[in-house]
Design a protein around this ligand. Sequence first.
Ligand SMILES: *Cc1c(COP(=O)(O)O)cnc(C)c1O
Length: 382
Amino acid sequence: MTIPFNKPHLGGKELWNIAQAHAKGQMAGDGSFTKQCQVWLEQRTGCRKALLTHSCTAALEMAAILADIQPGDEVIMPSYTFVSTANAFVLRGAVPVFVDIRPDTLNLDERLIEAAITPRTRAIVPVHYGGVGCDMEAILAIAERHGLLVIEDAAQAVMATHDGRPLGAIGHLGTLSFHETKNIISGEGGALLINDLALAERAEIIRDKGTNRSQFFRGQVDKYTWVDIGSSYLPGEIIAAFLWAQMEEADAITARRLALWERYHAAFEPLERAGRLRRPVIPEGCGHNAHLYYLLLRDLYDRTAFIQAMKAEGIHCVFHYVPLHSAPAGQRVGRAVNGLPVTTDLADRLVRLPLWLGLEEEQDRVIETALRTLEVEPVNAR
Ligand SMILES: *Cc1c(COP(=O)(O)O)cnc(C)c1O
C-alpha cells in the first residue's frame, strides 16, 4: 500500500456543520460560522481583528492593498517561499526584493535585511517556514527604524508562537492558510490578522468588493455603497462551517502532529550525528506547530536518489521550493540581493517526509525505509 505525502484530516463534525450552515439559510459569507472562526482567531492569537478569506493568497493581496503599495515600491521577502508571498505585491506593481535565508531555520535572515533597504522599500514580509518563527524582535526593530510595515506570511504557522506570542499577530498584519496541505484546513481558506487597528475598517471594505456593507449591517451607516477599491475575498459559510470543526479540534491536531514530528526527529538523530544529513533546527523561544518535517541531504543527487528509492517502496516524499528569484517570473519582476547562496544551496537538498493525522500506524514504515535508503551510499554519487 502506498503512503501518500498528505491526507486531509477530517475530525468528524465538519459535514454536520456544513448541513447546519445550509439549515440556517445562509450559504454566502459572513454568517455565524465565519464569525465564530474569527472570534476564535482573535482569542487564540490576540490579534485586534481577524477576517476569514478564501485563501492565504487572498489575505496577502488584501495586505498589499492595505499597505498602500504603489508601482515601483520594494518589498523585502525570502526567495525560499511559496509564489503567493511575492505575487500579492507584484499585482500592485511592487518589486519583490529577495533576501537570503538563515541556514538553521530557513527563515529570512534578519542580519541581511538592513542592507537591502532602499528609499523605495515599504514593507518586510517574513515567512515562518514550517511554523518556526522568524526573529520577530529583530525584524520589528529594523522596521521601526526605517518606517516599514511588517506583514507576516504565517500561512504555515497557525498555533505556533515566538517568545510566547502567536505568529501572525506580531507584525502589523499577518496571514494564515487553511489550504488542505496545512495543519487546520477547509480545502481552500485563509485569514487576515490585523494588529494595527487603524487598518481594520479599510480591511473589511476591501474584502467586501470595496463596499461598506459591514458598517451598514452594524447600523453605522444608513446606506450600503461603493467606497474604495476591493474584491471578493470572503469565503462562503460552507467553508467556515468546515473550518470551525477543525478549530474546535486545533489543540488535539497540533499535539498529534507534534508527536509525529518528534518521532521523526528522534529517528534521524543518529544519521545527523554521523554527518549523513541535517535535521530541522528549532531555536529557543520558538513554539512550532509541526507543520512539516524535512531532511537536508548532501546534494541534489542524493535527494533525487532518495525520493526515487522511497517512491519505489510506495512512499511519497516531495521537495520545494524552486527559489522565486530563479523562477521565470521572479527573474522578470524581482531583485535578488547578493546571489542568495544559502537559498540556492538548501533548495536543492531539502526533502519533506509525509506528515498527516493517521500516519501514526504507518510512520514506522516511513522511518525504516528512509533509514535503509540513507544508510546506503548512493552509487555513482559524483
Ligand atoms: C500555503 C502557503 C501560501 C498560500 O496559501 P493559500 O491558502 O493556498 O493561498 C502562502 N505562503 C506560504 C508560505 C504558504 O506555505
